[in-house]
Structure formats: C-alpha cells, structure tokens
Design a protein around this ligand. Structure first.
Ligand code: FES
Length: 122
C-alpha cells in the first residue's frame, strides 16, 4: 500500500530561474529537488541520482547547476535536464529522475510524494 506526503513550500522559498533547491520530505532520508527551468517553469523530482540511490546533493543541502542549466550530481557528475529530469551526461545517461506532482497555489506550492511507508520511514 502506498502512502502520500504533502509538502508545502512558501513562494519566497522557491528557486529562481536557473536555480535548484532541496526540501525535506521525510527527514533525514528522503528529500525533493525543486528546479526552475530556463522558461520559468517549476519542476519537482525525488532527490535521488539514477546512477546510485543517493541524493544528488550528496547530503549537503545545495545543488549544483552548471553553465548549461543542468542539475549536476555531486558524487560522479551525472547531469540532468531540469524540464524532464533526463540524464544527458554522465554514468546514467538516458535515465530520468523520478518526477513528483506539483500544484501551484496562491503564495505557495505543494508537492505530493507517494511511496511505501517503509521507504518513507527508513
Ligand atoms: S551517484 Fe550520481 S553520478 Fe554517481
């Protein structure tokens, strides 16, 4: 059975164009990445590299965005496109980050994360 968590993020905390931010889902293990692409659209992904099941930010809480606007994993440098999460460079090329549902409201956005209760609590 799946369990859903809703994470609410205030507008003032959202990333600006070309930025990415990490937000906790079920601390300390799970977190999400919010990124704004070059067209200004927001995207949410599980903060987990597709090369190894570890956070893209290496646990430091901030993400690297390169000069091409790609999200870069701090461990081995896999680079993902913000608009669809596809890895276009590095050891997991062709795989994509897991997208999360994102709902924009007035003054905030909410992200819905669905997974097994075991994974959320481990
Ligand atoms: S763990 Fe991300 S590129 Fe290896």
């Amino acid at each position: 059975m799946k369990k859903a968590l809703h994470i609410q993020i205030q507008a003032k905390d959202l990333p600006k164009e070309g930025e990415a931010r990490v937000f906790p889902i079920s601390p300390p293990r799970l977190s999400c990445v919010l990124v704004r692409d070059e067209e200004g659209s927001l995207h949410a992904y599980l903060n987990e590299c597709q090369h190894l099941p570890i956070p893209l930010d290496g646990g430091v809480g901030s993400l690297l965005v390169d000069e091409d606007g790609l999200l870069v994993c701090r461990t081995h440098g896999a680079a993902y496109r913000p608009k669809d999460g596809l890895c276009v460079r590095g050891p997991c090329i062709g795989k994509a980050l897991r997208p999360l549902s994102l709902h924009e409201g007035e003054g905030s956005i909410s992200i819905v994360f669905e997974d097994t209760p075991q994974r959320m609590s481990s």
